[in-house]
Design a protein around this ligand. Structure first.
Ligand SMILES: Cc1cc2nc3c(=O)[nH]c(=O)nc-3n(C[C@H](O)[C@H](O)[C@H](O)COP(=O)(O)O)c2cc1C
Length: 113
């Protein structure tokens, strides 16, 4: 279930949060999404609000997101200019934590457009 928070980076809610009501009524696996980072995801899981969290843009920008979350490492910011575009750029070229991995810096990406 995607429910952008009031401080979300894309789309603002026009109604009060629905997920708590879904959680009350639905005992199955509830997966929440939108604007989660590590701490927010942990809080939603710890409170029982969600059984799992999915990451969209953050995963695009951080191909090694699980490792970054586990290490509490800094996240690459999302380059919104490459979202919903054709081609590889913005999908497979974000830098990984390990310097030996594939990728380029966002500055290099911007320069090549
Ligand atoms: C490039 C891109 C493509 C997406 N394509 C779909 C899609 O095909 N179907 C869908 O339900 N959501 C799609 N989404 C929305 C994401 O699944 C997700 O709900 C949204 O990005 C909010 O989560 P986030 O804050 O973790 O990015 C897409 C998002 C992006 C950035």
């Amino acid at each position: 279930m995607r429910e952008p928070p009031p401080d979300g980076t894309r789309d603002k809610p026009t109604v009060r949060p629905v997920a708590p009501h879904v959680r009350d009524a639905y005992r199955g696996t509830l997966v929440l999404n939108s604007d989660y980072d590590g701490p927010r995801a942990e809080a939603a899981l710890a409170s029982g609000m969600a059984d799992a969290i999915t990451f969209g843009r953050t995963f695009l920008a951080n191909p090694d997101l699980p490792a970054r979350l586990a290490e509490q490492a800094a996240l690459n910011p999302v380059d919104t200019a490459t979202l919903y575009t054709r081609g590889r750029e913005g999908y497979v070229d974000y830098p990984r934590l390990s310097s030996g991995g594939p990728g380029k810096t966002l500055a290099q990406g911007a320069a090549s457009r």
